[in-house]
Every structure is written in structure tokens, then in C-alpha cells.
Ligand binder design. Structure first.
Ligand code: SF4
Length: 448
């Protein structure tokens, strides 16, 4: 090695930096992995429903508000957006690993409309048979004929928005279905051979401990692969909001709702359903939901349709939420994206920590491999506090939610995210984690 001149303080003018890290760390398999087409998850948004449910804050429209031709126009625009986006972002060769049709109620579409969307996806993207393909549906819309159509399209996971098995609660929510409709739709869905999920909401207007017990027990008795329990949250754009203001209805207090979720958690566990995230219980802890897991792990998601939002590497984007604007824009050959976000290194880390914590176990080794940081060193005091509060346990491998921790939703993820954001200079930019508590994904989808 050549002598390197250093002055008495140790400074030298030698050692010209050409690169980081040194080539001695570079490997052929890393080159191959870097050159390979990256997996892609697909979301398709159908913003139409049979009615407006009292608690729903999503950007949806009823079938009555839309003529047959305006729904046809939306489906045509959706197909055009798939074509435009696939070209613009070079999505064509990337292996699609999951597809999710959500809304709204995708099962309100006709056979021809669903086929047109699927044919367009297959024409412009790389879709292989057998990938996880989820379709959401409202029970009254899942007839045998509709189930046959989505089965033929390749759907192998059906998520039904049952919400409650009590007819009175369903009726107060402004829905047309009944317990019998819910049970029938579940049976039809299960007979397709798909993995079936049902959604329940804890704390709806009219809920009582007895009715909640009935809903939870009915859900278990169906034998579905998974049950997802969402906590009711009230937003200003919901019929519930006005009805609560007028004292027409009352909803459960947060304490009562906590009792409901405690009851459900115990009942599901006793029946052999284990939580795979803090709000989904699956039979035996199996039936992983690849779509959400992939996204929470930081994989790319391309989302088509009004108000849909997705992520491509360091770029987050959202489409316009107004159906006519969406159609006009796409028909003019342009992408309907109206806002976006450029993620910096810290954002990516915070996002993966917050979303990763939803899965109840944050894999510290995986995180370090992806981001280079030991999370425990970055936010040790916060982790200690969470341990003291009996919300998490910690090992060298993972931060894991305790049973108590699973009851408090995203609180742990938000606490870790906020601790990470404190690492940055407040002068540079605000701390978005603080806003996340107030602006849910749904609100983000609605704002324009
Ligand atoms: S809850 Fe489901 S079915 Fe009801 S309006 Fe919202 S998206 Fe539509």
C-alpha cells in the first residue's frame, strides 16, 4: 500500500471518493435482483353502491344517482386509464402478484363490465393464473350468477361487507340486506372455493352487548376463513354524523366499543381464529392476505379508478375523486392523478414502521436490511415506554404487539412513527405522523 501523507491532525488529500459503498460489497445476485422486474400489486376502484350506508365515509355514489350509461362510461374510462398508466409507467412487464377489486361495491357491475376490465388488465399487464385476486361485495349483490361470473374471472378471495348480523342495526344503517341475506351470500361465496372474509363493525347505532354477541357468534358459525372487525369512526360526510347531531341515533361510547372488541377478540381466539393483524382474525392464523401484506411491506401498488391512491417506489399519488372529471381527463388521454407525494428516506422508514406494526410483529431484521437502521437504537426510549405500558414486547428480532396492544389499533405504529420524525429538523418540514391521527386514509381519499 502506498504511503499516505497525513498532517499532524490526521488530514490527508488522498482517498478520492468515487462511489459508495466500495465495490468489494457488490455481488452478482444483487445485480440480478436489481435488474429483475419488480412485483406489482393492483387495485381497481368501483365507486358505485346500491345505497349510501349510514356510517360510510368512502367516496361512493348510489346506482340511483347514476344511469346505466354513466356506469358504462366509468368502466370505459377505467379501461382507458389502465392502458395509459401501463404505458406511462412501464408497468407492462412487471409481474402482477395481487389484484384487489374494491369500492364501493364491485359486485354491482355486470358480467360484460367485469369482463371488460379483466380483459384490459390482461392485455396491458403481466397477469398469471392463481395470483391472489380479491373482490369486495355487499351481501345483497352476491347472487349465484354474480358469484359464477367473478369465479370465472379468477377471483379466489371474496370479502363481504356484512357489518352486523342484526336486522335492526342493518336497517338503522340504511341498508337493505338482512341477516338471512348475509348468511346466504357467505354460503354462495364459500361454494365458489374462494377464501371468504366478512367485515363486521364494532359500535354501530343500535348495538347492544347481546346483539354484538350474536353477530360475533354468527360470524364464527359460518366457518369463513377470516373475519375483519373495524372500529366505527364518525366522519362529517356520513349520514350518521347528521343523525347523531339531530339525536336521531346514538352510537357506542369508546369504552363500550372497547368492550365489544375485547369480547370479539376472546370469542374468536376461543373458536380457533387468530389475529393476523390487529383487526383481522383468521382460521388457525392462516389465510394470509397477500395484497395488504405486500403493500404494508412497501411493495408497489398501482391503483386505478376515482380517488384511488397508489405507490410507485418513492412516489405516492392519488386520482381525482369526481367521476365526471375522472372520465373527462382519461378520455382526453391523460392520467387522472391530481396530487402526489415524493417520499424521502425517513418517510419510507416511517411508513414501513407504521404500516408494518399493523401486522402485530415488526420484523427488525427485515427493516434493517431494507433501510440500514437498527430501529431500537433510533427510538429506544419510545419502545421502552411501550413495553412499560404493556403494549409491546421486544427482542433482537422483532417488536410484537401484546394482546393489550392489539386493542389499541394503530397507536403503537403512530408512537414509533412520531419518535422517528423527531429525528429530523422541524424547520425543514412538518411531522406528517401527527396529521395521520386526524386524517385517515379515507379522508385523504375524499379530500380534493
Ligand atoms: S359501506 Fe360499503 S356498501 Fe355501504 S356505501 Fe360504503 S362502500 Fe358502499
Amino acid at each position: 500500500m502506498l504511503n499516505t501523507f497525513k498532517d499532524k491532525t490526521g488530514l490527508t488529500r488522498n482517498g478520492f471518493v468515487t462511489n459508495y459503498p466500495s465495490f468489494r460489497y457488490w455481488r452478482k445476485p444483487m445485480a440480478e435482483a436489481g435488474m429483475a422486474e419488480k412485483p406489482l400489486n393492483i387495485y381497481v376502484h368501483i365507486p358505485f353502491c346500491t345505497q349510501r350506508c349510514g356510517y360510510c365515509y368512502y367516496k361512493t355514489e348510489t346506482l340511483q344517482q347514476n344511469s346505466k350509461s354513466s356506469i358504462e362510461r366509468y368502466v370505459d374510462a377505467l379501461c382507458r386509464e389502465i392502458e395509459i398508466a401501463a404505458k406511462h409507467f412501464h408497468l407492462g412487464k412487471r409481474p402482477v402478484v395481487t389484484i384487489y377489486f374494491g369500492g364501493g361495491t364491485p359486485t354491482v357491475l355486470t358480467k360484460d363490465q367485469l369482463t371488460a376490465i379483466m380483459d384490459t388488465l390482461r392485455t396491458h399487464l403481466t397477469i398469471t393464473d392463481g395470483l391472489e385476486f380479491t373482490c369486495e361485495g355487499e351481501p345483497v349483490t352476491l347472487s349465484q350468477r354474480k358469484a359464477d361470473i367473478i369465479q370465472a374471472a379468477g377471483v379466489n378471495r371474496i370479502s363481504l361487507g356484512v357489518q352486523s348480523f342484526d336486522d335492526e342495526i342493518i336497517s338503522i344503517a340504511g341498508r337493505r340486506d338482512t341477516e338471512a341475506d348475509g348468511v346466504k351470500a357467505i354460503e354462495i361465496a364459500m361454494n365458489t372455493g374462494a377464501s371468504v372474509n366478512i367485515d363486521l363493525i364494532s359500535g354501530l347505532a343500535g348495538e347492544t352487548p347481546e346483539k354484538w354477541q350474536h353477530s360475533v357468534e354468527r360470524a364464527i358459525s359460518t366457518g369463513v376463513q377470516s373475519v375483519t372487525v373495524y372500529k366505527l369512526e364518525i366522519f362529517a360526510n356520513t349520514p350518521y354524523y347528521a343523525q347523531i347531531g339531530n339525536k336521531e341515533i346514538a352510537i357506542a361510547s369508546d369504552e363500550t366499543e372497547l368492550d365489544y372488541i375485547r369480547y370479539a377478540s376472546d370469542a374468536f381466539r376461543a373458536a380457533g381464529y387468530k389475529p393476523i393483524n390487529f383487526f383481522t382474525f383468521t382460521r388457525g392464523g392462516g389465510y394470509e392476505q397477500e395484497h395488504t401484506t405486500n403493500i404494508w411491506h412497501g411493495e408497489d401498488l398501482y391503483a386505478f379508478g376515482t380517488s384511488a391512491f397508489g405507490y410507485l417506489r418513492d412516489f405516492g399519488y392519488q386520482n381525482t375523486s369526481a367521476i365526471p372529471v375522472y372520465c373527462d381527463t382519461v378520455e382526453a388521454g391523460e392520467l387522472p392523478i391530481y396530487r402526489g407525494y415524493a417520499y424521502n428516506s425517513l418517510d419510507r422508514l416511517v411508513r414501513e414502521v407504521m404500516l408494518g406494526m399493523k401486522m402485530m410483529r415488526l420484523d427488525l431484521k427485515r427493516l434493517q436490511k431494507r433501510h440500514g437502521f437498527n430501529l431500537l437504537r433510533l427510538c429506544g426510549p419510545t419502545v421502552e415506554r411501550l413495553v412499560e405500558q404493556d403494549l409491546v414486547t421486544v427482542s433482537d428480532e422483532a417488536i410484537t404487539l401484546t394482546e393489550r396492544g392489539t386493542l389499541y389499533g394503530d397507536s403503537v405504529g403512530r408512537a414509533l412513527g412520531a419518535a422517528l420524525e423527531e429525528l429530523q429538523d422541524d424547520e425543514v418540514r412538518p411531522n406528517p405522523v401527527l396529521d395521520v391521527a386526524e386524517e385517515t386514509a379515507a379522508e385523504a381519499a375524499l379530500a380534493s
